[in-house]
Design a binder for this molecule. Structure first.
Ligand code: PGA
Length: 256
């Protein structure tokens, strides 16, 4: 069975002291839910302290981005080796990075390979715009993003990859994709693309999250879908109470 994975993407929220205080309050509340993988993704400046505060709690840390080079003259960037020992996961290709930081399918692919080379597990975000959705282009576009992100990634590495399907029109808008629609893109388009690339056995083992206006109140609905293995959550991961409920609902829906 695929272990459910709930990741909180804190984006550009929370100072360092706020981040540390948050996880110290969160960790004991999530202790009972070891059947769900729980991940917090703070800003870079908080990664080390949050990682320290979460030692021994079973809760993992993720970064929100990386550069693909090992080091160099790339002002403002963070190399994968700098995150080793601090994070287990790294979000790659978030739609906000694609929109505001010129992230492309090509840079996503370089980052995925760089992360894997350093033992970091990519959470690869894909998803279509409203315009593409309305034009009926979702399947072609999302399938293409998955292929491009995984170009040159061998089958052995797929155990270390999580994919997050986040329709851009559902992020931070309160306009979520229905759970049936999300499940059909995840189970149909994305998992089907993985079958073509890696065969059925590996495709069935890869975890695929949904993201976009996930809240405690709709979490159960999403997680009750057979192909949705977790969620990448922005806004609703910023409060301890909500984060706790997200994990509780996921555990309940998956029976873990
Ligand atoms: P949201 O963000 O939950 O606030 O819609 C999700 C994301 O961008 O990962």
């Amino acid at each position: 069975m695929r272990k459910p994975i709930i990741a909180g993407n804190w984006k550009m929220f929370k100072t360092l002291p706020e981040s540390v205080a948050f996880v110290k309050e969160l960790a004991p509340r999530l202790g009972a839910y070891s059947g769900v993988e729980r991940v917090v993704c703070p800003t870079f400046i908080s990664v080390a302290a949050v990682s320290d505060a979460l030692q021994g709690t079973g809760i993992s840390v993720g970064a929100q981005n990386i550069h693909w080079e090992a080091q160099g003259a790339f002002t403002s960037q963070i190399a994968p080796g700098m995150l080793q020992g601090l994070v287990e996961y790294v979000i790659i290709g978030h739609s906000e990075c694609r929109a505001y930081l010129n992230e492309t399918d090509e840079t996503v692919n370089k980052k995925v390979k760089a992360a894997l080379a350093y033992g970091l597990k990519p959470i690869v975000a894909v998803g279509e715009s409203l315009q593409q959705y309305e034009a009926g282009e979702t399947e072609t576009f999302v399938g293409g993003q998955v292929r491009a992100a995984l170009n040159g990634v061998d089958a052995a590495n797929m155990a270390n990859i999580v994919i997050a399907y986040e329709p851009i029109w559902a992020i931070g808008t309160g306009k979520n994709a229905t759970s049936d629609l999300a499940n059909s893109i995840i189970g149909g388009t994305i998992r089907h693309t993985l079958v073509e690339l890696y065969g059925n056995e590996i495709a069935q083992s890869v975890r695929i999250q949904y993201g976009g206006s996930v809240k405690p109140d709709n979490m159960f609905d999403y997680m009750s879908q057979p192909d949705i293995d977790g969620a990448l959550v922005g806004g609703a991961s910023l409060k301890v109470e909500d984060f706790t409920r997200l994990v509780e609902e996921a555990a309940k829906a998956k029976g873990v």
